[in-house]
Design a binder for this molecule. Sequence first.
Ligand code: SF4
Length: 131
Amino acid sequence: MEGCRVLGVVQQDGPKPMLQYLQQHLPATPDVLAMSAPLKPTEVFRLAATCAEHKCPHYDGKDCQLATRVVQILPMVVDTLPPCIIRKDCRWYSQEGGAACKRCPEVTTVSYDLSPQQREVSGLAVYEEGR
Ligand code: SF4
């Protein structure tokens, strides 16, 4: 994806996956993404791209509803703003302020253990057996 960069690396050594933010800009080139092997890039990296606005299902014409749900539903995971180098360009931050940043480290691109709360944040349809 053009303009896509690596925001951070997902650390899996704690009770929950947490993002370690990169302190320099790193374009998400095919070579960089290949470094995640044998895992998928989205399992290792969190990527940041320019907001796609109307091409994205989370955009309602004014706001990013994913950012809104993150702030409304998820608890804060840090007390201070993470050292994030994209803050001045970040839609989540410009829309929700520091409240988004204090929840951001726990947001990962993929999760194989989606709790009902995480599903609600993602906006994914919930499949219930027997329906
Ligand atoms: S929400 Fe905050 S910490 Fe997360 S990417 Fe945006 S500026 Fe960085």
